[in-house]
Design a binder for this molecule. Structure first.
Ligand SMILES: Nc1ncnc2c1ncn2[C@@H]1O[C@H](COP(=O)(O)OP(=O)(O)OP(=O)(O)O)[C@@H](O)[C@H]1O
Ligand SMILES: [Mg+2]
Length: 486
């Protein structure tokens, strides 16, 4: 039908009686419960599609093509030969007689370890992590919502896991998106990061009480919540996921309670360093030695949980879209970061100066803004301008908008969980490429940061070199294999 140029726009001539007929009755408070319930049923339906009968997610298998193309840098003929010569290694399974062989991720990790031990020393089978240095914590944050924080954090966690790192993901967002992606099951706040923060406060309060007693004052009681938290460690809230080398501290709506509880604690004990809570507890419970990387997803707000995540982070990534509004809002976010952390430092340093103690100064190994959902046809000019203003703070890779994300529903969280056979190979390769590049840019940053620390540690050792230390040790001499999967 030819377009009727005289047709009126759709908002004219709406008949009031017809409009009334379409209308449902007014919504009361209970109406929200009904809507939430409908959403929950739909969500359960979607979620169940990638899960087994126990409600856990499954990770797909990886083909020889994908392994030799993306995961272990060997020629596929060589790969097959090595498998044949070593019948004890995982041999994979094929769907048809003589068809392609498929492997579970933990099998891929075993194969990689084998190639690393047996294969050419010149090849990078295992990713770099300097010996003796703690895991790096990476926070992904922006107070603007929907900019790609969770997608970026989840994809980086998965890329790092595929690359052979052992990863912990911490969800600090009570929306729990990251938790859904990793199939986490969280009943209440006791299975989130909350008890770790509570224990940190409880420990402070106990020390404070000792001082109160010494002064002859009455101690403040530890309530039931705090007493329960004093018994808990990070290991109690860490759960495994369908990825063999990714673990999770999940989140759920109740975690939001922390935003109300933390200021109350802070009022009770002014000296409590709430921003150190997460870092201190992860360190005390040995988490930084058990993992290579910790990714922290934060809510779209600069609340207490986000502050804790940011203060814990060594590397801060700030995703945003290359549009005026998102750029503008991201600038304000950096401004808020400045005032928030400056005011914490100032508050602390008044006391420190009075006592002649060294002051508090926050420091991040690296901070990068990351363009997400990039559309080269529309956003090239604006991105170039942003690049000019942000310089090195802007990550060199722009993460393309890709239809592979969020399209396949709950059971498949983005590129790395998708089976490439479900897509046109070129669409798959392009989508994957942009997230591989996002990871590559991050990994360069990470390796640079670790290297800087490694050299600094070594400089501290010289000239009084430790017995047995090789002078002029090379990178590969000093780098140790990342932790093997659990
Ligand atoms: N590179 C991409 N290409 C296409 N869509 C994307 C991309 N990255 C993210 N998205 C989509 O954008 C939406 C928002 O992403 P995401 O949930 O990661 O943002 P967020 O910043 O974590 O949001 P919130 O502030 O609510 O936590 C999601 O629907 C996601 O699927
Ligand atoms: Mg999110």
């Amino acid at each position: 039908m030819a377009k009727d140029s005289a047709a009126l726009p759709p908002y004219f001539n709406i008949d009031p009686d017809a409009a009334l007929e379409e209308l449902d009755s007014p919504t009361d408070t209970a109406g929200f419960a009904a809507i939430a319930e409908a959403c929950a049923r739909g969500r359960a339906d979607l979620a169940s599609r990638g899960m087994d009968e126990t409600g856990r997610k499954h990770l797909r298998l990886f083909s020889t093509w994908e392994i030799t193309r993306y995961l272990i840098p060997v020629a596929s003929a060589h790969f097959r030969r090595v498998l044949k010569q070593n019948p004890d290694l995982p041999q994979g399974r094929s769907e048809t007689e003589g068809g392609a062989k498929w492997f579970a991720l933990d099998e891929v990790l075993r194969l990689r370890a084998f190639f690393a031990a047996q294969g050419s020393k010149a090849k990078n089978y295992l990713p770099y992590r300097p010996e003796g240095l703690p895991a790096k914590l990476v926070a992904v944050a922006n107070f603007k919502g929907g900019v790609g924080k969770t997608s970026t954090a989840a994809h980086l966690a998965m890329s790092a896991a595929l690359d052979g790192y052992k990863v912990l993901v911490i969800d600090l967002d009570s929306q729990g998106s990251m938790t859904s992606i990793f199939g986490g099951i969280v009943e209440d706040e006791w299975q989130t990061a909350f008890p770790l923060l509570a224990r940190h406060y409880g420990t402070h309060l106990r020390a404070d009480n000792q001082r109160r007693l010494d002064r002859g004052e009455a101690p403040l009681p530890l309530d039931d919540t705090l007493s329960a938290a004093m018994e808990m460690t990070a290991q109690d809230v860490i759960q495994s996921t369908h990825w063999p080398n990714i673990d999770l501290i999940g989140a759920q709506l109740n975690l939001y309670w922390a935003e109300f509880q933390i200021p109350v604690w802070r009022m009770q004990a002014r000296g409590w360093k709430l921003w150190d809570a997460l870092t201190d507890r992860l360190e005390a419970d040995g988490v930084l030695d058990q993992y290579d990387l910790v990714f922290i997803d934060t809510p779209p707000a600069l609340g207490y949980l986000t502050i804790n995540g940011l203060a814990a982070a060594d590397i801060l990534l700030v995703p945003f879209g290359a549009s005026f509004l998102e750029f503008d809002s991201t600038g304000r976010f950096f401004d808020m970061l400045h005032s928030t952390f400056a005011s914490i430092e100032e508050g602390e340093n008044i006391a420190a100066r009075a006592l002649g103690r060294p002051g508090l100064a926050f420091e991040w190994d690296a901070v990068r803004a990351v363009v997400t959902r990039y559309d080269g046809a529309q956003q090239g000019e604006l991105s170039a301008l942003i690049q000019a203003y942000l310089g090195r703070t802007l990550s060199p890779h722009r993460q393309d908008f890709t239809a592979l994300i969020g399209q396949a529903g709950e059971q498949v969280a983005g590129i790395y969980e998708a089976d490439y056979r479900d897509f046109n190979r070129e669409t798959y390769a392009r989508g994957r490429e942009t997230f591989d590049e996002t990871y590559a840019a991050f990994k360069r940053l990470l390796i640079g940061v670790w290297r800087r620390e490694e050299l600094a540690a070594r400089a501290e050792e010289t000239p009084a070199q430790k017995p047995g230390a090789k002078p002029g040790a090379t990178k590969s001499d000093s780098a140790r294999a990342p932790l093997s999967p659990a």
